[in-house]
Design a binder for this molecule. Structure first.
Ligand code: FEO
Length: 395
């Protein structure tokens, strides 16, 4: 499939309808994804990025049919990760002379992954190549957005920013443009992508957005490497990224727990009720980590001003499901969020304190002593838990 983006720019990528997890099993992709590759045909013909390895042969065959492999003059590798570079070995086997333009770090990653000494040409921010008809491709390093090797490429004349992973979404659709997509699905997937992948790099992103704005490049289209292309008011996703990068939070509280015999679950439900009683304007959501999707839960945490976690105590610690979630929470380096912890126990009851201390080291402001409940709560206990929820709402 080939889709025209604008003038002499075509999408030549792959829509992956059946993908249900990405980065191994680290990211759930309920709506599939796409690997967006672009072909620019001016006096020079340029391929920007390729597709994931399983689709390499299909990609190269389509490209050959569409343009003829011998007619490609340059290849731009905005990012070395295998979902965009996976077709390089198949393509380079047929065009071993093809010049590849990428950052120095991308040379490192591509050589490290494919063990080939291809015709690499290292570029830095502000470097450009002339592709004829008065147009240039200008390179912008996007270091740590989200890999050290990432960069974006800007096409003058058509004013298209090929942003690679930035501004993308794991979202399969033939309506490849934002004005054709289901807006609620698109906005959710864009936020989920930011929350689960880009949150740790928010400070870098704030600076990079300022740098890009400072370059005064007119941007008519943002052509991402996953999901839809932003052509209708592309500034909207830049503005959203600016808001998300600014320690984003809404008037929401997320409670995440796991439970063995429903004691900790009853605490979670009662804390939620107490919060609602104290402040009905707060959106409270409650998730059992063993029954919910981890990446969707992280998206809720990203939107929240407070995270409240619950686990019974097993082996003097929290349940391993909760430990896995908190490990991910720490990795994401959330800023300016509050937290508290709770849990039922029968014998020693260390879990709430351990979770609370862990969240403090992860950068959360702990707003209350951990709530510990010995054995199952009775009605009097639940009244106290309800009051605890009210107190958290006011924290
Ligand atoms: Fe960082 Fe879409 O790869």
């Amino acid at each position: 499939m080939v889709i025209n983006v604008k003038n002499n720019v075509d999408w030549v990528g792959k829509i992956d309808w059946e993908l249900r997890s990405f980065h191994g099993s680290d990211y759930s992709t309920h709506r599939g994804s796409s690997y967006n590759s672009y072909l620019v045909r001016e006096e020079k013909t340029v391929l920007i990025d390729t597709v994931w390895l399983p689709y390499a042969e299909e990609f190269v065959e389509n490209l050959d049919r569409h343009v003829g492999l011998d007619n490609i003059d340059y290849l731009i590798a905005n990012h070395g990760e295998v979902d965009h570079s996976g077709a390089l070995p198949a393509l380079m086997a047929k065009r071993p002379d093809l010049p590849i333009y990428c950052t120095a770090k991308a040379v490192d990653s591509l050589k490290g992954q494919y063990h080939e000494d291809w015709n690499f040409n290292v570029v830095k921010t502000g470097d450009s190549i002339d592709i004829g008809n008065g147009k240039k491709l200008v390179f912008v390093e996007m270091t740590m957005l989200h890999w050290p090797d990432s960069m974006a490429t800007y096409l003058t004349g058509d004013n298209i920013l090929f942003s690679n992973d930035a501004f993308g979404q794991h979202y399969a659709t033939t309506g490849l443009f934002n004005d054709l997509a289901d807006i609620s699905e698109l906005e959710y997937e864009a936020m989920k992508y930011y929350a689960n992948i880009l949150t740790p790099f928010s400070a870098i992103l704030r600076k990079k957005l300022a740098d890009i704005i400072g370059m005064n490049l007119p941007i008519d289209i943002i052509a991402t490497s996953h999901g839809v292309i932003w052509r209708d008011n592309p500034v909207q996703i830049v503005e959203k990224y600016a808001a998300w990068a600014d320690d984003y939070k809404e008037n929401r509280i997320t409670i995440v727990y796991d439970t063995m015999w429903d004691g900790t679950r009853s605490l979670a439900d009662t804390i939620a009720a107490g919060i609602h009683e104290a402040d009905p304007s707060v959106t409270v959501k409650v998730f059992n980590i063993s029954k919910g999707d981890r990446n969707d839960i992280i998206t809720e945490v990203f939107r929240s001003k407070m995270l409240i976690v619950g686990s019974p105590t097993v082996g003097n610690n929290m349940l391993s499901t909760m430990a896995g979630l908190l490990h991910f929470v720490k990795e994401l380096k959330f800023k300016k969020k509050k937290a508290a912890a709770f849990g039922c126990y029968g014998w020693t009851g260390e879990a709430p304190k351990i979770m609370s201390e862990f969240l403090q080291t992860a950068g959360f402001e702990i707003v209350s002593e951990p709530l510990r409940q010995k054995w199952n709560p009775d009605q009097n206990n639940l009244k106290e838990v309800f009051e605890y929820g009210k107190k958290l709402a006011k924290a």
